[in-house]
Design a protein around this ligand. Sequence first.
Ligand code: PLP
Length: 453
Amino acid sequence: VQPTESKLKSLAEMDSKHYLHPTTIPKKHADQGPKVIFSEGSGIHVKDVSGKRYIDGVSMLWNVNLGHGNKELAEAAQSQMSKLAFSSSFAGYSNEPAVHLAEKLSSLASGSLNSVFYTSGGSEANDTAYKLARFYWQLQDQPRKQKIIALKQAYHGVTIAAGTATHLTGFHKFGGTQFEDVFHATPHVTECEQGDKSHPSYKGCIRDIIESEGADTVAAVILEPVQGSGGVHLPPDGYMESVRDLCDEHNVLMIADEVITGFGRTGKMFGVDNWNVVPDLMCVAKGISSGYTQLGGVLLHDRIRNTIVQHDQMMAHGFTYSGHPASCAVALKNIEIIERDHIVDNVKAMETEMNKGLQYLEEKHHTVTKTRNIGLMGGFELYEDPATNKEFPFDLKAGLEVGEECFKRQLILRALGSADGKNVVAIAPPLIIQKQEVQDMINIMDEAITAFE
Ligand code: PLP
C-alpha cells in the first residue's frame, strides 16, 4: 500500500525540519526538502516512498556492491544480532566474527597484509592508517617521520586528518583549521615518480616533495588505486609500481585507500592487484559489507604489525565499534557470496559491456569525452567542444544537468566536480549487474545527454 499524498508531504516536511543531511546544501534542503526518500531495494534497483523505481547506477555511495535487498546479508546480520549483537574489542576482549573476518581478509589480500585494525568506516580507516604509520616510525626511532603525502584530486573522507588529505577544496572550507603536515602531489605522471627531473610536471610530484621535505620527515604516501570522488581518474601504466618503488627507495610507507576499489569493484579483489603492488597499509570500508552494516579497517603488512606487537604499553587508539560482531558477520557473508557467485568474474565481463556502451556514447555525442572504466568504476567528461579541448565553464554545471536528466529517467548517477573543475559523471553500478541492465543504463544516458544537448 502506497502512503497517501499527505503522509508523503509530512515525511518530507519532517525531514527538512529535523534532519541535517551530509554533503548537502543546507538552505536548499531546508527550503525544498529531500529530493527523494527511498524505502526499498532489490538488485540494482531502489524504490522511493511513492513506489517509483530507479536504477542505482552508483551503488548509492559506491558501496552497495552486492545490490539491494540481499536476504543472505540481512539474515547474517539478524542471526549475529540475535546471538551477540555487540561485544567490545578493547583490552583483550574479542568475538568470533571479528576473528574469522581478520583471518579471511589476510587470505584475500596479496603479499604480507596479514592483520587488520577495524574501524566503523573509511575516514576512520584513513585516520587510523596515518596514526599507525606515525606510530610505526616512532617505534623505529624515527619520530621525525610525520608528514603525509596525498595526491591532488584525492578523496579520503572527512574526519580532520583524512579530510585534509582529501583534496577537494569544498571539504577544506568546512570546519576550519586543517591537519598539519599533509602535502598534495601532482598525480599520475609515471616518469616523474621514476625520477625524470626534466619532465615539465616534476615540480610537485611525490618524488619532488619527498626529496625537498627530506625523506626523514615523511611517514607515508596515501593514494587511491583509482581516484573516485575526485573524478574517476585511472593511473597510467607503471604509475602504481613506480610509487611503490619510490616509497621503498626512500623508506616511506605506502598507504592504499581501497575504500571504493576494494572487494571487486575494479575487476580484481583489490585495486592494487591490477598492478601487483603490495602496500604497507591498506584501508578498506564500503564494499567490505556492501553497505549493509558500517565497517572499515586497515590491513597491516607483517613488517608494521611485527614492529607494533613489540610495543609493551597501551596502544591508545580504537573505536567503540572496532570489530563490531554484526558488521563482521555481514562482511564474512558478503565475501562468501563474492567468492561463491564469482562476482569478480562478473565485474570483468560487465567491464567490457560498460566499455562498449561508453564508447558508443562518446562516438554519438559531441559533448561526451574521456570515457573510462576499470571494472565497474567508470565515468565520462562533458566538454563544449572536445575537438578543440573547449571545456564547459564549470559553473554551468553540465555534469549536474546530465545527472539530473538521468534522474528524471529513473537512473541514479553521480555528477562530480573534479578538483580541477571538470564536469565528470561517475558510474559504478552494483557488481551483480547483468548485460541487459548495463545496456538499459547506457540507453538512459544516451537519452539524457541528448536532452541536455
Ligand atoms: N576513501 C575513499 C576513497 C572514499 O571514497 C571514501 C568515501 O567515499 C572515504 C575514504 C571515506 O569513507 P567514509 O565515508 O566511510 O568515512
